[in-house]
Ligand binder design. Structure first.
Ligand SMILES: C[S@@+](CC[C@H](N)C(=O)[O-])C[C@H]1O[C@@H](n2cnc3c(N)ncnc32)[C@H](O)[C@@H]1O
Length: 175
């Protein structure tokens, strides 16, 4: 026999407590913690993020392992690596270098690799492109079959075509 549950006429204790909580601690419509903010410009983040860089070294090997295992697109298409939350690029160079070296072992020197750096619209993309052009550790200087581009849009929405990314790196959470 199936018993029907009577409709609740009075609110539950949890609903009452929640309402009190909402009255005592109203949540502002825009919470600062949910609004993403770009790093300080003029190359400042590149110069002042050694602590973040040191923290990343432990996970770079894991990214290399992912590059070894990931399924690759057909030969006619470039391999696409996305760097989500790139900031001014300096701290992305080591993980990208490791991933590109591993991919080169898999596909040889000629396969084109596209690296897409993404960040918020206010990010210092000038510093990013200067880093990619000038740093001796840049993949652009080490590997002629790599190509750099950037997207200035929040990754809270879809920013790249469906199924187009082969491998993704994000060290956004080290801020
Ligand atoms: C702490 S920095 C990390 C930068 C760099 N990848 C590193 O490893 O040092 C975090 C970066 O994520 C970016 N960011 C934060 N929220 C974002 C979002 N919703 N979409 C895209 N980028 C975001 C910030 O602008 C900033 O450049």
């Amino acid at each position: 026999m199936v018993k029907s549950v009577p409709a609740r006429s009075t609110p539950s204790w949890s609903a009452i407590l929640l309402n009190h909580y909402r009255e005592d601690y109203p949540v502002p419509e825009t919470r600062a913690s949910t609004v993403p903010t770009a790093m300080e410009g003029h190359g400042s983040y590149n110069r002042n993020s050694r602590v973040q860089a040191a923290a990343l070294r432990t996970v770079v090997a894991v990214f290399g392992q992912a590059a070894r295992m990931v399924a690759l697109p057909p030969d006619s298409q470039p391999i696409v690596i996305a760097d989500y939350g790139s900031s001014q690029g300096h701290n992305s160079l080591l993980p990208l270098q490791v991933a590109i070296q591993v991919l080169r072992q898999r596909v040889g020197q000629n396969r084109e690799i596209s690296v897409v750096h993404t960040d918020l619209p206010k990010n210092d993309f000038t510093a990013l492109f200067q880093t990619l052009m000038e740093s001796p550790e840049s993949y652009l200087r080490k590997d002629p079959a790599t190509f750099a581009s950037a997207i200035g849009r929040s990754f809270y929405e879809q920013i790249l075509p469906t199924g187009s990314v082969t491998l993704g790196w994000s060290s956004w959470a080290v801020q």
